[in-house]
Design a protein around this ligand. Structure first.
Ligand SMILES: C[S@@+](CC[C@H](N)C(=O)[O-])C[C@H]1O[C@@H](n2cnc3c(N)ncnc32)[C@H](O)[C@@H]1O
Length: 203
């Protein structure tokens, strides 16, 4: 089943499925990351639009997602937000010119993309020199036992949700030609991390 079909199907229950973890953790992390955001921002894999309410009103947000059904929910949440526009688009082939955004961001997206390095390269391409690429993601732990559990559970999470829980996301960010500026562990040791990087293009 394609990733589009999977997310179209779960779009109706997505917010409900994540409500507990959203309340306990994700909401706080989103607020921490997004409330300081400025300029023109690309939210790649915007999903049902959970991030939207955390952006400052003067931040110009473009949200893209490959699943039209996920985006329908985001459109409902964005009603009355003049600073937000939403588009169906593949993050691995972004239809934006080079250097279009001040900040480019994903939250819990790089786990589900078939080719995360291609998407990260695209994110670097559309980010202005000096701008930030920000990834709030879960990834393969550096703890051997946790990584083993992630490896064992990965086929199940991939089958049910199309989500890979054992990706080496920081390595992928570097492979995409981005320079990692800082990395912060947020939860479950270093499974949930906030990574800020920038493209190696000169300002
Ligand atoms: C786990 S959800 C996260 C949604 C949202 N960012 C959040 O924080 O709740 C992953 C999202 O990535 C989207 N996605 C997967 N592959 C994509 C691609 N190639 N291009 C754009 N979006 C994609 C899915 O449709 C889904 O909405």
């Amino acid at each position: 089943m394609s990733i589009i079909t999977k997310y179209n199907r779960i779009s109706y229950v997505y917010d409900l499925m994540e409500s507990a973890v959203e309340f306990l953790k994700f909401g706080k992390w989103r607020r921490m990351v997004l409330s300081d955001m400025d300029g023109r921002v690309l939210d790649m894999g915007v999903g049902t639009g959970k991030n939207l309410k955390y952006y400052p009103g003067d931040c110009n947000v473009v949200g893209v997602d490959i699943s039209p059904k996920m985006l329908e929910h985001a459109k409902k949440k964005s009603q009355g937000m003049d600073n937000v526009s939403l588009l169906v688009m593949d993050g691995e082939h972004l239809a934006f010119r080079d250097d279009s955004f001040d900040n480019v961001l994903t939250t819990f997206v790089l786990c589900s993309l078939p080719e995360p390095i291609d998407a990260l390269k695209e994110m670097g391409r559309v980010c202005k020199p000096g701008g930030s690429v920000i990834n709030l993601e879960h990834m393969r732990s550096s703890n051997a036992l946790v990584a083993f559990i992630e490896d064992v559970l990965n086929p199940i999470s991939t089958f049910i949700m199309g989500v890979n829980i054992n990706r080496r996301t920081v390595e992928n960010i570097k492979k995409a030609g981005l320079e990692v500026l800082d990395e912060r562990n947020l939860g479950l040791g270093d499974v949930f991390r906030l990574v800020r990087s920038r493209s190696e293009k000169q300002p």
